[in-house]
Structure formats: structure tokens, C-alpha cells
Design a protein around this ligand. Structure first.
Ligand code: ZN
Length: 324
């Protein structure tokens, strides 16, 4: 039995780029598959990686930006036909994620919305999102079983909202236990990602080791505490200087520094957490042509005494009890 990390997609931001799929990662624990975020192309990358859709147990959403959930409908709907066994439908795919944020944040003079979409519920949570997907695909779900055998659509998916409130920045957070069984324990804290509230980071502990997923965040003490002594920290990375040299103005750069951890900061995060390996993902800029992997790795690794790896789509990392 083993635990294996697979990066499915490593691109930041919604806009499609050639050569990198949107942010998504998988953790396979004794054959059970858990996915963190479902960015652009993640179901295809899941198949490319040879993972088994029938063993997909749960999706963990870090936050509800489109680059993290754009292919959640596909991850739910495409494998519908295989979600059955000898005893009937498999247990529903669980989708864990943030709850409703409460109130809709205001903007400012520079960054503001003109139109409020769906004002009756302008800030949905994960359960609302999954319900909306089922509503939007009701035709498919209700009609397809009339033309080919499909498992009961009522057993397809369950949303589970995680009771983590936005970080207040005062007291250290106590991680919330999201899932805990004999083989895997998942805990979460709120991280800091601009107005995306709550945004979550996740830690997975298994008998083989531990993997932490930063989600999208600025440098965050609660994430560093969550990642303490983990074997692998899968962390987002941005090069704000590159964006500044390529047309992003000062106001937007300042805003982005309230959203993301810069490449100059991420090594310090890994060092403070004391992790064994830092694996970079969620590259911003996303275009693989913009910055070579070697440069990402070299710059991100500064200040970190462990191993820094530039993640790429399809990268696999097996964890073993020996820590090798
Ligand atoms: Zn993102």
C-alpha cells in the first residue's frame, strides 16, 4: 500500500494557455483517489495519469474561483457511468469546500463590480455550487438513463461544506478536521487570498507521510503551522515582478500581493514550515514559455534548506514510510 501525489495541472488563472492544464492535484492513498481543485482540463489529466475514476472518492475545493472549479462539473459528470459496483451505485462522490462567505464584499474605486450576478444569492458556497451543477445538468441526468444504463443519479455526488471561517489574523487557527479514517486524515485552515473568503489550505496525513496543499494564499502563518514537518508542501507560486515588467500596473500588482505568495517568498514559507520537499504549482504567469522551470526552481528554493521541485503536469511523487 502506498501514497502517491500526482500533479494533474499546474497553471494559475482561468485563461487557457498551451502546455499547462489548470490547477488540480491528486493524492492516491491505498488506491483511493482524492483530488484537490478541478481546474481546466483536470478530468483529462486524471485519465492521462492512469487514475481510476471508480476509485475517486472526494474532491477538495480550496476556493470558488473559476480556475479551481471550472472542470468540477466534468469531474462529477464524466465518470458517472463507472460509479457503480456489484452492489449498485458507489457511494456518492464527496465535494468538500468552503461554506457561504456570509456577506458579499465591496470593492473600491479601482476594482469594483458593475453588475451583481444572481443577487438573491450572490455569494454561494460549495453546496450551492454542486446543487447548481445538478440543476444545470438535470436534462442529462434525467434523460440519459433512458438510453443507456447509468447508476442512480441520486447517488452521484454530495457536497460537504467545511466550517472554516475567514482568518481574522489574530489568534492562531485550530485546523478543522475534514476527514479522518483509518488511512487518511485531512485537516484545513483558512488562508488569505484577497476577497476570496474563505479560501482553504489542506493537509493530508497518511501512514506513508503527509502532503500539504497551499491553495492560493499570501504568506500565511496558519498555513505554515498546518504544514509543519510535512513531507511535501505543494505551494502556489507567482512572479509579481514578471507581471510588473509585462504590463500589470502598480495598483493591480499591489492587489495581487494580497492574493498570492511571490516566488521570492515561497522558499521562506517552506523553511519556516520545516517541510522536506517544496513542489511548485499554480504558476503565475501560467504560460510555460514565460519562465523556464529551472528558473522557477532556483528562485523559489532560495532560503529553503530542503528539496525544491518545479512541478509540472503529470509529476508523480511516491511517499514511503522510510521518507525516501
Ligand atoms: Zn488560482
Amino acid at each position: 500500500m502506498a501514497t502517491e501525489l500526482v500533479l494533474l495541472g499546474t497553471a494559475a488563472a482561468p485563461f487557457p494557455v498551451p502546455g499547462r492544464a489548470g490547477i488540480s492535484s491528486a493524492l492516491v492513498v491505498d488506491g483511493r483517489v482524492f483530488v484537490v481543485d478541478c481546474g481546466r482540463g483536470s478530468p483529462s489529466r486524471f485519465a492521462d495519469a492512469g487514475l481510476d475514476f471508480a476509485r475517486l472518492e472526494a474532491v477538495f475545493v480550496t476556493h470558488l474561483h473559476a480556475d479551481h472549479i471550472g472542470d468540477l462539473p466534468g469531474m462529477i459528470l464524466y465518470p458517472w457511468g463507472v460509479r457503480t459496483g456489484a452492489d449498485g451505485p458507489l457511494p456518492p462522490l464527496r465535494v468538500y469546500g468552503p461554506q457561504r462567505p456570509g456577506e458579499l464584499p465591496e470593492g473600491d474605486a479601482t476594482f469594483c463590480r458593475q453588475t451583481t450576478i444572481h443577487p438573491e444569492r450572490p455569494a454561494p458556497g460549495t453546496a450551492d455550487l454542486v446543487e447548481s451543477i445538478l440543476v444545470g445538468y438535470a436534462y442529462h441526468l434525467n434523460v440519459m438513463p433512458l438510453d443507456c444504463y447509468m447508476p442512480d443519479a441520486g447517488a452521484l455526488v454530495r457536497a460537504v461544506e467545511i466550517p472554516v471561517r475567514a482568518a481574522t489574523g489574530d489568534a492562531a487557527q485550530v485546523p478543522v478536521v475534514v476527514l479522518d479514517d483509518a488511512a487518511v486524515r485531512v485537516t484545513a485552515v483558512a488562508v488569505t487570498h484577497g476577497h476570496a473568503v474563505p479560501a482553504l489550505g489542506y493537509r493530508f496525513d497518511t501512514a506513508d507521510g503527509s502532503v500539504v496543499f497551499s491553495g492560493d494564499t499570501t504568506v500565511n502563518d496558519d498555513l505554515i503551522a498546518l504544514a509543519r514537518n510535512a513531507d511535501v508542501l505543494v505551494h502556489q507560486v507567482a512572479d509579481l515582478g514578471y507581471l510588473g515588467r509585462h504590463g500589470t500596473d502598480a495598483a493591480e500588482l499591489e492587489r495581487m500581493h494580497g492574493l498570492h505568495t511571490d516566488v521570492s517568498e515561497v522558499g521562506g514559507v517552506a523553511e519556516r514550515a520545516g517541510v522536506r520537499e517544496l513542489i511548485l504549482t499554480h504558476y503565475l504567469p501560467a504560460d510555460p514559455e514565460a519562465i523556464p522551470e529551472e528558473e522557477w526552481k532556483r528562485r523559489a528554493g532560495q532560503g529553503f534548506s530542503g528539496t525544491t521541485t518545479a512541478g509540472r503536469d503529470g509529476l508523480r511523487r511516491a511517499l514511503s514510510r522510510s521518507g525516501s
